[in-house]
Design a protein around this ligand. Structure first.
Ligand SMILES: Cc1cc2nc3c(=O)[nH]c(=O)nc-3n(C[C@H](O)[C@H](O)[C@H](O)COP(=O)(O)OP(=O)(O)OC[C@H]3O[C@@H](n4cnc5c(N)ncnc54)[C@H](O)[C@@H]3O)c2cc1C
Length: 413
């Protein structure tokens, strides 16, 4: 049995660790934060898992939040403008969102119960050689900033040098859930987006608001205010942005109840989408394989990072079980097998943060009048490879709409 070392206990590290333990592979997970520290830390992300990820959780025996209570079944779309668009798309199987500060510690406990070794302590770049001597394969699943020098950025898939959105994500009381229970994707052209997610946290069922603001657009005023310094001012600014740009969420605010669920339940920041090389050769001839955000960072505009991380972890675990050696050929096979989904997620997310292409606007208009196209588009949040095949070019989008019998835009003269 090869001994596997994994650096990082996020979705990527834990899904891989759990899968390997299911097959009795010896695994050591190195993490700089204990499950307790993570549980009591500041919110980092407002993460929705889609059906394929939920299926992997079921297969791993860690689906602790049953879909019937914690899941949601649709996306409600709002596209602002002179003639706003409203339409709904339904999933074939539910998605769900659980605060990672509940989710990851529960998975870490399951991993340890299954004989996984969890070591708390920060791994530095200089430790890699020692760790590589201890493990036949080092999986780097340490998130978006650590160890990035080890895996060079791939320019072909990394078109941006800076963040395309400023992110302000928080958990709130006092917003009535959408009916049927679902995510609201609200687009304010020129300003950015709002993603409202029904999320389960230690405060119960709450609303996550993720403002995706175009830098300098006005909506990003939320990134310049501090809740801790002046809660009333911050909340007023959130309400003002909802009222001005996201009316379908604003109208569900319950007067007198609207507030952040706690001062730690807010994260403001930005990230630069980047796809990195899949693997690196270490000085002792063994390999380090990048998985999750250590490999591919996407803007959360269409909620793909954790889902792609889980897919990548799964492919890695299956290949560890199936292959004869953990060498360069192994790393290339993993890279090839996960490319469709991971690069699909990256390319689709990158497409969505750019000024909207004409065919994206055509797609949105057409979906508002075609339920089967809207449902297929929604279901593809769990299949970013398929989604990218729809939006990659105008011709593909038109072929998709034709297949669904949707009204096509008039041909250019
Ligand atoms: C606001 C926001 C909303 C999001 N919404 C969604 C969504 O709806 N759906 C979705 O799929 N994705 C979403 N994402 C993306 C998602 O959060 C990430 O893609 C995902 O969590 C990455 O998982 P990971 O395991 O690769 O990395 P991480 O979750 O970052 O885990 C890395 C782990 O490594 C540890 N670590 C770091 N450095 C070291 C070190 N030197 N030594 C030891 N340990 C170390 C860290 O403590 C951490 O536990 C969102 C992101 C943001 C910011």
């Amino acid at each position: 049995m090869p001994r596997i070392g994994i650096i990082g206990a996020g979705v990527a590290g834990l899904h891989l660790g759990l899968l390997l333990r299911q097959h009795d592979v010896p695994v050591t997970l190195y993490t700089d934060r204990s499950p307790h520290d993570l549980a009591t830390s500041r919110l980092q992300a407002t993460v929705a898992h889609h059906a394929p990820t939920l299926q992997r959780e079921k297969d791993l025996g860690v689906h602790f939040w049953p879909d019937a209570e914690y899941g949601y079944t649709c996306h409600h779309h709002y596209v602002g403008g002179e003639q706003p668009l409203r339409f709904r798309g339904d999933f074939t199987r539910p998605s769900s969102a659980v605060d990672q500060r509940l989710y990851l510690p529960a998975l870490a406990e399951a991993y340890e119960n299954q004989g996984g070794d969890l070591r708390v302590g920060r791994v530095e770049a200089g430790d890699l050689t020692t760790l590589a001597d201890r493990h036949e394969l080092l999986v780097v699943a340490a998130g978006r900033s650590a160890f990035s020098p080890l895996f060079a950025s791939r320019d072909a898939y990394s078109p941006f040098r800076e963040p395309q959105r400023r992110l302000c994500a928080g958990l709130y009381h006092g917003i009535r859930p959408a009916d049927p229970k679902g995510v609201t994707l609200s687009i304010a052209p020129g300003h950015g987006e709002l993603i409202e997610i029904p999320l389960f946290s230690r405060d119960g069922h709450v609303s996550a608001l993720l403002f995706e603001s175009v830098p300098g657009s006005g909506q990003d005023v939320l990134n310049d205010l501090s809740y801790e310094e002046d809660p009333a001012l911050f909340l007023r600014a959130v309400r003002d942005q909802l009222a001005a740009r996201h009316p379908d969420v604003f109208e569900r605010i319950v007067p007198g109840e609207f507030d952040l669920t706690g001062p730690l339940d807010l994260v403001q920041g930005a990230l630069t989408p980047t796809v990195r090389e899949d693997f690196a050769r270490l000085p002792n001839g063994r390999y380090a394989l990048a998985v999750g955000d250590a490999h591919t960072v996407v803007d959360p505009i269409v909620g793909q990072g954790a889902n792609a991380a889980s897919h990548s972890a799964w492919v890695t675990g299956e290949e560890i079980g199936a292959d004869l050696a953990l060498d360069e050929l192994f790393c290339r096979r993993v890279a090839q097998r996960r490319a469709d989904v991971v690069l699909g997620a990256a390319q689709w997310s990158n497409f969505m943060v750019q000024p909207p292409a004409a065919h994206l606007l055509e797609l949105l208009v057409a979906m508002s009048g075609c339920q089967s196209a809207a449902d297929a588009f929604t279901d593809n949040f769990g299949h970013p490879d398929r989604q990218w095949r729809i939006v990659a070019t105008a011709e593909r989008t038109h072929a998709f709409l034709e297949r669904h019998g949707a009204a096509l835009p008039p041909a250019a003269p």
